[in-house]
Design a protein around this ligand. Structure first.
Ligand code: ZN
Length: 365
């Protein structure tokens, strides 16, 4: 069967966005790496406009420095954090390089000219950080590597091979293979989707920086699009009773740690209807985050909504809570019934399973 190229490129875009959602990252590196790879695909196109099959870690390192350069200038009198703990290593490296310049506010091209030896050290250090951290981790979802964008010849155990990487950096030879190889047609997809993906990635990147630095933008976004956690307390006791005091996902007893969870994650579709709410213990709620739950949970959820229809209606009436069971089911169908089979769905804790389209059709049909 011929693959419809339009569908193919859209499927790729959706999976890439899912990867951005799901990868657990404490720094903004995943954004920098993806935008960097996209830029390189555009810049290194051959004379027929065909994107390259691979780029080197060094090329990516220079690109990433370029992306972070304006971001390491002062914003309202301070440098912004791009990591949840200490400043991200790549950024602190760039900031230190900048601060040692006679004029830290110069453009990158001039800084490179003024301090070539120090820039070389910075580039090698950034390259090493990319090799070590985001490159082998970017495509890991729920403990598994999902090769969607590229393949590389190493994994996280590269940490022990710093010497080989140094050797390659110094001589351009040696046992370390510095190629980031794009999967078939990925370079082409990235070029085609550039206009759509870039603003989305910029938006997500901005939101993360705003949140890490507690800027007004993040408060504004929470205000405009966030969920009102305080309000949810009103339906918690009723929902807990409905589940016989047990966590919806792991069935363990919830005592004071009961939390109301949006079964269809708020980040996917903001549905506050009572049918979309379940009670989970702290552990499960924290582990589920913005993931879609796996088929067995979907089955339990559908069953609960059917068998406790009257009780849910009653609860909504008492709490003056919103309720639109048909719409809620419609959203679940829209999201679940078009998932590619390779999508990783959350089972519990750190466990994930591939989506099972046949099973999901049966449950939600
Ligand atoms: Zn639980």
């Amino acid at each position: 069967m011929a693959v419809d190229p339009a569908r193919d490129v859209i499927a790729f875009g959706e999976r890439l966005l899912a990867l951005l959602d799901q990868g657990s990252f404490v720094a903004t590196y995943k954004y920098a790496v993806l935008v960097g790879l996209m830029d390189l695909c555009l810049e290194k196109a051959d004379r027929h406009g065909v994107a390259p099959d691979s780029v080197t870690t060094r090329q990516l390192a220079e690109k990433v420095i370029e992306l972070y350069w304006p971001q390491t200038a002062e914003f309202r009198g301070r440098t912004l954090k791009q990591n949840s703990g200490r400043q991200a290593r790549i950024l602190s490296g760039i900031i230190a390089f900048r601060e040692a310049l006679p004029d830290p506010s110069v453009p990158l091209q001039r800084a490179r000219r003024e301090a070539p030896a120090r820039f070389e050290r910075l580039a090698r250090d950034v390259e090493w950080t990319l090799i070590l951290m985001p490159l082998p981790r970017l495509q890991v979802v729920g403990g598994h590597t999902v090769s969607l964008v590229y393949e590389i010849g190493w994994d996280v155990s590269i940490e022990r091979s710093r010497r080989e990487v140094r050797e390659q950096q110094r001589t351009g030879r040696g046992s370390f293979d510095n190629q980031i190889r794009f999967l078939p047609s990925v370079g082409d997809h990235l070029v085609k989707l550039n206009g759509l993906l870039r603003p989305l990635i910029h938006r997500a990147w901005t939101a993360m920086v705003a949140q890490l630095n507690d800027l007004d933008e993040s408060r504004l976004e929470r205000f405009l699009f966030g969920v009102d956690r305080v309000q949810l307390a009103a339906v918690r006791p009723g929902l807990t009773d409905l589940q016989h005091g047990r966590c919806f996902y792991c069935q363990s007893r919830v005592l004071r740690d009961a939390e109301v969870d949006h079964f269809i994650p708020w980040a996917r579709y903001p549905d506050n209807g009572i049918e979309n709410l379940v009670v989970a213990d702290k552990r499960c709620n924290a582990a589920k985050r913005d993931f879609l739950a796996a088929a067995p949970h979907v089955g339990n959820w559908r069953r609960r909504n059917e068998s406790r229809l009257t009780a849910l209606a009653e609860l909504a009436r008492e709490a003056e809570w919103e309720r639109h069971p048909e719409d809620t089911l419609g959203v679940a169908r829209s999201l679940y019934l078009r998932l590619p089979a390779v999508t990783r769905l959350w089972c519990g804790g750190t466990e994930f399973a591939n989506a099972d389209p046949a099973r999901l059709r049966e449950i939600l049909g």
